[in-house]
Design a protein around this ligand. Structure first.
Ligand code: FAD
Length: 289
């Protein structure tokens, strides 16, 4: 089933994201997370690509296939292109196809200062066009940025570039994490004005520790609203308190997003099924209204 189809059937689509274990950890560690996440019956689970060197053995594809085949939950395999040639991407696509993967979140990928990018793909829209021209049976999603992509000079050009991604064939968008819902609402409105009419799912990351947030702010430029800054200042050095406050903050964000008519919530679980459950238990009824 395509992910876009889920949005026609549900009032709010709820999904979770997991990442493959690092090379030093056994693959079973992610299955322990999935064992627990399956009880939440998310509408789909997506699996990131790249972290821990998942390309070589297509670990992302193997985990996404297990989510479908063993857990009977639709899955999305992330695929980034900036560090690969056309032939390498073609090989990965063939491997995903052989595993029965239908849904791909097509990404450019982050620039790694230690590895200069290859030159076949510069943007996710080129990856989307390449996949479509090669095998039209894949259903494609793309990433979007409520505060603008960190490399983008301004919001307008970022949204115009996003439109290119949708025009190339992205049927659904998943947002970068954000901590101020108004940023998401402004972005969504601008995207609709630009003629982007595919479902836009809001990405929510629960704040669990100070260093995680500092890393995210550095990597993706997410801004920290006063309410969150106060929370980090008061509870930042008290892990149990920050965990509780972070879960409460995520619940508050989700509740407001659903009340404001968001089409879907994508939870960045960081492979922490306990936190995902704590949040899900407090918001699942909202998805049925
Ligand atoms: P693009 O859509 O290509 O955009 C990148 C930049 O180029 C933007 O500034 C955009 O405005 C600009 N741009 C786009 N098209 C054009 C054009 N035609 N001309 C000029 N400028 C243009 N990374 C991973 O490595 N693995 C993952 O699994 C992963 N999962 C992610 C999941 C989500 C939901 C999100 C939001 C991000 C994820 N990322 C992942 C991070 C992502 O790879 C980075 O944010 C990356 O920097 C941009 O990827 P993109 O696909 O959005 O790029």
């Amino acid at each position: 089933m395509s992910i876009a189809q889920l949005f026609q059937e549900k009032s709010v689509v709820f999904s979770c994201e997991v990442f493959p274990p690092k090379k030093t950890s056994p693959i079973e560690t992610v299955y322990r997370t999935l064992d627990q996440l399956q009880d939440l019956r998310p509408d789909y689970i997506s699996v990131t690509f790249g972290a821990g060197g998942s390309a070589g053995d297509n670990l992302t594809g193997r985990i996404a296939a297990a989510i479908q085949d063993q857990y009977h939950i639709p899955s999305v395999a992330h695929l980034s292109c900036v560090n690969y040639t056309r032939d390498e991407v073609a090989g990965l696509l063939d491997s995903l196809k052989a595993m029965g993967i239908e849904n791909i979140l097509a990404l450019r990928g982050d620039m790694d200062p230690n590895h200069p990018p290859k030159t076949d793909f510069q943007y996710a829209s080129q990856l989307i066009a390449f996949i479509k021209s090669r095998d039209n049976s894949f259903h494609l999603s793309g990433a979007c940025y409520p505060e603008g992509h960190i490399e983008s000079p301004d919001m307008v050009s970022d949204i115009l570039n996003l439109k290119k991604k949708v025009d190339a064939g992205a049927e659904h968008l998943v947002s970068q994490l954000f901590f101020d819902n108004d940023d998401f609402y402004d972005f969504r409105e601008k995207a609709r004005i630009a003629g982007i009419n595919v479902p836009i799912q809001a990405g929510i990351m629960p704040v669990l520790n100070k260093s995680q947030i500092e890393r995210m702010v550095y990597l993706c430029g997410a801004s920290i609203p006063k309410k969150l800054a106060r929370m980090l200042s008061r509870y930042g050095d008290h892990p149990a308190a920050l965990r509780d406050a972070g879960i409460a903050y995520a619940i508050d964000q989700i509740s407001d997003l659903v009340a404001s008519g968001v089409e879907g919530i994508h939870l960045y679980t960081m492979n922490n099924a306990g936190v995902a459950r704590a949040i899900f238990d407090r918001v699942s009824t909202l998805f049925t209204v």
